[in-house]
Design a protein around this ligand. Structure first.
Ligand code: SF4
Ligand code: SF4
Length: 207
């Protein structure tokens, strides 16, 4: 493109429809004819036909293209990084989290805070665990690095809240003990691959 062409900003002026203002309709009948002529073009009926066709498909054939959110929700990908869940061991119901601190270390938003202590059996237990969801960018590193699959990204993707403190406590993310039988084994980001067992090699007994 030459510089003259580039400077010519009146691109497409030849396609403009110029109104003939010198010959505006004077009588009411002439105005009515002009309105009808400008309004009822074939494209209008094509648009109406498409609307009626899709309405019929939705009402009588069940081909609905919209969802009635929040009453209906689309399934999300197993790898979607939504609000975190803290999982329990299925056998005992204890927390899976062993307080190793890897998630806290790797968190690039510095939004995980945790404290640990030793219980009466000198086993490490998590006494405090919070995630500041006002800072979390849902990168998934914490779920990927967790050696116990204790912290995972669950199915809750509605992160709006009236208070900053919402969803941030360990107990809010932990599987309720009375719903342990409903806890799903995690299939998403950072989870063990489905064929992980096939990839494990036997250790020679000589070792
Ligand atoms: S998803 Fe990322 S930013 Fe959010 S808590 Fe985990 S590591 Fe931190
Ligand atoms: S990486 Fe997993 S096991 Fe370690 S502290 Fe975080 S949630 Fe707990």
């Amino acid at each position: 493109m030459s510089l003259e062409q580039f400077k010519n900003r009146n691109v497409g002026t030849q396609n403009y429809v110029k109104l003939d203002l010198d010959h505006s309709p004077t009588s009411g009948w002439c105005q009515f004819k002009q309105v009808v002529k400008r309004t009822f073009k074939p494209e209008l009926f094509v648009g109406l036909w498409v609307t009626l066709r899709e309405m019929g498909n939705a009402l009588f054939r069940g081909k609905m293209h919209t969802t009635q959110y929040p009453f209906e929700k689309l399934p999300i990908s197993p790898r979607y990084r939504a609000i975190h869940d803290m999982l329990r061991l299925m056998e005992s119901g204890n927390y899976r989290c062993i307080g190793c601190g890897l998630c806290e270390k790797i968190c690039i938003s510095n939004c995980i805070t945790m404290e640990t202590k030793y219980d009466e059996n000198q086993r490490k237990e998590v006494s405090e665990y919070t995630i500041n969801f006002g800072r979390c960018i849902f990168c998934g590193y914490c779920a990927e690095v967790c050696p116990e699959l204790a912290i995972v990204h669950g199915q809750r993707y509605e992160t709006a809240s009236e208070q900053r403190a919402s969803f941030s406590l360990f107990e809010d993310m932990l599987t309720p003990i009375d719903q342990l039988n409903l806890q799903q084994e995690y299939q998403g980001f950072g989870a063990v691959s489905p064929n992980a067992d096939e990839n494990i090699k036997k250790t020679p007994l000589a070792y």
